[in-house]
Design a protein around this ligand. Structure first.
Ligand SMILES: [Cu+2]
Length: 201
């Protein structure tokens, strides 16, 4: 009887842990000061594939499009230059935008409506793990998803930047399930031992 209940609880634990879609929010700072917080960008798994980025940035960025990328180094220092180049694990050396075959860190541009940026975008080739441990950079100008006529989409100066933590906070679901199974096994063993001792008494 105990074994059946243990199994049921374990199955429920797996069912609860599996779809735990993490959502991570990154604080975005003005690179001019490094300390003025402009707002946030939240990213999460997109059910159809890729990663959805939802900005919440108010009244700061000039109206129009802004280049938006995952840069390699999780450091926004030196006016955003410390973030290094676009995340490019395949070493393609090409800027082709979110749908291309170049840098994986080429995200869809963000649209600023009278300074306010709230419209989410989806980068179809990314996974959450590509974003952890990087820097999110927002450029002064737009992004034509090409290296011509200007390199890296032509976005120019790095206006805003946020450091993404190295890993999702909390234990991964597999570790939680393993821990749960261990606790249940110990619990079942203790109960059985208690029952057999009571029988002897
Ligand atoms: Cu960039």
């Amino acid at each position: 009887m105990i074994r059946t209940r243990t199994l049921a609880v374990a199955v429920a634990a797996v069912a609860l842990a599996a779809p735990a879609a993490a959502q991570t929010t990154v604080d975005i700072y003005d690179t001019a000061t490094g300390t003025d917080r402009l707002g946030t960008v939240t990213f999460e798994d997109e059910p159809g594939g890729g990663v959805r980025f939802t900005p919440d940035l108010g009244d700061i960025l000039p109206a129009g499009d802004h280049g938006f990328h995952a840069h390699v180094t999780p450091d926004c220092g030196n006016g955003g230059q410390a973030a290094g180049g676009h995340y490019d694990p395949g070493a393609t050396g090409r800027h082709e935008g979110p749908e291309g075959n170049g840098h994986l860190g080429d995200l869809p541009r963000l649209a600023s409506d009278a300074g306010r940026v709230v419209t989410s975008v989806v980068a179809p080739r990314l996974t959450m793990n590509d974003v952890y441990g990087r820097a999110l950079v927002i450029h002064e100008g737009g992004d034509n998803y090409s290296d011509t006529p200007a390199s890296l989409g032509g976005g120019g100066a790095r206006l805003a930047c946020g450091v993404v933590p190295a890993a999702a906070p909390g234990l991964p679901p597999t570790a939680l399930v393993a821990l749960m199974a261990l606790l249940l096994t110990i619990g079942a063993y203790a109960r059985r031992r208690q029952m057999s001792m009571a029988g002897q008494g």
